[in-house]
Design a protein around this ligand. Structure first.
Ligand code: IVH
Length: 708
């Protein structure tokens, strides 16, 4: 806790001591991964510091922890000329390449002895951190190697980057007399954060990022550092540059120095005496890479001795003393047979490639996302093209490239549809947006997706309503006789009777199904018992509450969390319906895009009709008054690991339940794991959990923990 401020005398002293304390906790939490105080205590320190700084704004310095996120969005980024070029690395793709490089190094070293340092090659973007008088003065992107962009405001939001170098009390032989210290490293997005961001974006039908690297690079170029702060970027530092002659003899020593001065260094670095040890490290990490919670695309091998590095020097592009060993790519080539166009709940059209099935990283892949019309045009895909597909992060496979060399002339162009493939309405693509949409609110495909979303577990929770049933409920019905045959006319030929309208043409029609029990039972795979079960669930869903209803309505940009904020703020849908964009934007955590989207939804007469129908059916449209409908944060701070296939939930579903309740899902088991959620065919993670004696739960137990 805060040391007693009164006794420290002046406000200056208290501010300084708070800053030291907070930066120390940042270091423990974000670099060492060993927090020593609870979040509330940390928040109290920050609060006290902010209070003092607002009393004395003249004392605010750029290295104050309050300055991590501050200021208005930037208008653009200034250019910076790197004092030392940011070189890139030569790549090697095979053992032979690596051996050849080592042989070259030996020749050039002309008899000097050396060893190697092997490090993981983090797949992110390189950043240079410049410290003046031990204080972070600038963060700069690599750019073209000579000129980068100044992104200091964004870099400051990365909590594992020290705002000041943690110097000890003793003078330092490395930096004595050095005014400027430059540390370079790779900024990256942890896989679980990447998955969360993409899930949120998909939920809001926004463009998803293709991989964590793109997401990290896109984030670093954000003009608004508050958005960067929410993205939880991280860094591993790998190079130290000091003015004048370096006082350290080896690269490994420099890494240790950075580590002991507050920088986050990858723990898997290894000193190797021979190139065979390096090869062993490469083999080991090609296998272990899936266990990491960030992406690596290879290993960087460096000569350890600085004197030998200097002897070898660099070409215009890359140092001779280092090389990147790239892992074999997780790519496969296959033929693209067709493209189908899926219509989402908000009408967004997603082109999906239908592929000749192919084995990729252990699973058979027959579909891959093409994202949108712009991406299809960028790739230039044609029917029957051979393409490379790739799996990256935790997402569905992507088409990354057309193999034009394999074209035979038989390939044909795709025309992106101009009409909705389901309802034939003309599609729209707003200027500047990548997404093409079907604007018809009555589009059956949109209704089907809308029904699935409405009945989802996090929304109105109507479990019996799966895809096959929704398809039947929303399709026109063919009239059949009692035995289920079409009725023949007097000449014996089957008569085509005009089809009957579908059983469900709007969300509110679900609540009328109880009057259509016979029709329900007549559907495929629907008996009396399952029909009654479904009707019971539909009836019960009327009590789901305002937050779930708001989420279930599928208003663009209103995810589970926004829905619960709105429910708690307004208490009943009538009040929300009256709210202006201004009033909505003033609510904490609701931005102008979300506010406009909510307003637009309530401005549509069809939506008001829907609400009236739902209300008439007895669906509850207000909060209960006393209890809030906030999703309870029962998993706050708890770490989950998922393994195996769950009986009814997808992994994504399980993840979002856990995260919405404050928990975190990690990809690897350690002694810090609180729960291992295991399904059938669990992997080695379960063995490890058993070894460590961790709590192992199944889907049912998770549901019990989550409560009603
Ligand atoms: S050393 C002059 N070490 O890979 C040598 N680079 O393809 C400077 N990278 O531009 C680079 N992890 O962005 C180094 N452990 C690591 C790395 C690493 C990732 C990136 C870095 C570099 C790129 C070259």
């Amino acid at each position: 806790m805060a040391k007693n401020s009164k006794k420290t005398g002046s406000i200056e002293k208290e501010i300084e001591s708070l800053r030291r304390e907070i930066l120390d906790h940042d270091h423990r939490y974000y670099v060492l991964n060993e927090p020593t105080i609870a979040d509330v205590e940390y928040d109290a320190l920050m609060k006290r510091l902010s209070e003092l700084e607002s009393e004395r704004p003249d004392l605010i310095t750029p290295d104050s922890p309050t300055q991590r996120v501050s200021g208005a969005p930037a208008a653009g980024f200034e250019e910076y000329v790197h004092k030392r070029v940011m070189l890139s690395l030569d790549n090697s793709y095979s053992v032979e390449d690596l051996l050849e490089w080592a042989g070259r190094c030996e020749k050039l070293a002309a008899g000097r002895a050396f060893d190697y340092v092997a490090e993981l090659k983090i797949d992110g973007l390189s950043i240079s951190l410049i410290y003046e008088d031990y204080i972070l003065a600038r963060g700069v992107t690599r750019g073209d190697g000579n000129r980068g962009e100044i992104v200091t405001q964004n870099v400051r939001t990365i909590r594992s980057i020290p705002l000041r170098i943690r110097t000890g009390s003793k003078p330092d032989r490395f930096t004595a007399g050095v005014k400027e210290v430059e540390v370079r490293g790779e900024v990256f997005l942890p896989n679980e954060v990447f998955a969360r961001i993409n899930r949120e974006r998909a939920e809001q039908e926004m463009q998803t990022f293709a991989n964590p690297r793109n997401a990290a690079a896109g984030t670093m170029r954000q003009l608004d550092s508050r958005i960067v702060a929410e993205r939880n970027l991280d860094i591993f530092c790998y190079q130290l540059l000091l003015d004048g002659a370096p006082a350290y003899e080896t690269h490994f020593e420099a890494l240790e120095w950075m580590s002991s001065h507050g920088f986050k260094i990858n723990p898997h670095r290894r000193r190797c005496r021979t190139i065979d040890e390096v090869l062993e490290y490469c083999r080991e990490w090609d296998e272990r890479r899936d266990g990491l919670n960030y992406e690596i695309d290879g290993v960087v091998v460096k000569i350890n001795q600085i004197s030998v590095q200097e002897e070898l020097g660099a070409t215009a592009k890359s140092p001779r003393w280092a090389i990147a060993y790239k892992f074999p790519a997780r790519q496969a080539s296959t033929q693209l047979l067709d493209v189908i166009y899926q219509v989402g709940r908000t009408g967004a059209i997603t082109p999906v490639a239908v592929l000749e099935p192919v084995l990729l990283a252990g699973t058979t892949v027959s579909r891959a996302s093409l994202h949108n019309a712009d991406e299809m045009a960028r790739l230039g895909v044609k029917r029957n093209d051979w393409v490379f597909i790739e799996k990256s992060g935790e997402i569905i496979p992507q088409v990354v490239k057309v193999i034009t060399e394999r074209r035979s002339g038989e390939e044909t162009d795709f025309d992106f549809p101009v009409r909705c493939p389901v309802c034939q309405t003309s599609l729209v693509k707003p200027e500047g947006e990548a997404v093409t949409r079907c604007p018809n609110a009555d589009c059956p495909a949109r209704l089907r997706e809308g029904l699935l979303h409405f009945s989802a577990r996090r929304a109105m929770r109507i479990d019996g309503l799966g895809e096959a049933l929704v398809e039947q409920l929303t399709s026109p019905r063919i009239k059949k006789n009692q035995k289920g045959e079409t009725v023949p006319d007097e000449n014996g030929a089957p008569i085509t009777l005009p089809p009957l309208p579908p059983l469900v043409a709007s969300l509110a029609d679900l609540y009328k199904l109880k009057e259509l029990r016979d029709e329900l039972i007549a559907l495929d795979r629907m008996g009396g018992k399952s029909a009654d079960n479904l009707l019971d669930q539909i009836e019960a869903s009327r009590q789901a509450g305002l937050a779930r209803l708001l989420y279930g309505l599928g208003i663009r940009h209103v995810g589970e969390r926004t829905a619960s904020i709105l429910a708690n703020h307004f208490g009943d849908i009538g009040r929300l319906r009256e709210a202006s964009v201004d009033e909505l934007s003033r609510i904490h955590e609701i931005g102008s895009i979300v506010a406009s989207s909510i307003r637009e939804w309530f401005d549509q007469p069809r939506n008001i009709r829907l609400l009236e129908d739902l209300s008439a059916a007895g669906v509850i449209m207000k909060t209960s008054g006393t209890a809030t409908e906030e999703v309870p944060r029962i998993f706050e701070g708890k770490i989950f690991v998922l393994t195996g296939t769950l009986p009814t939930m997808s992994r994504d579903e399980a993840k979002s339940y856990i995260e919405a309740r404050g928990g975190r899902v990690s990809s690897s088991v350690s002694k810090k794991t609180d729960f291992v959620l295991a399904g059938s065919d669990p992997g080695s993670k379960l063995d490890r959990a058993l070894e460590l004696g961790l709590t192992i739960i199944n889907e049912n137990e998770l549901l019990t923990l989550m409560g009603p």
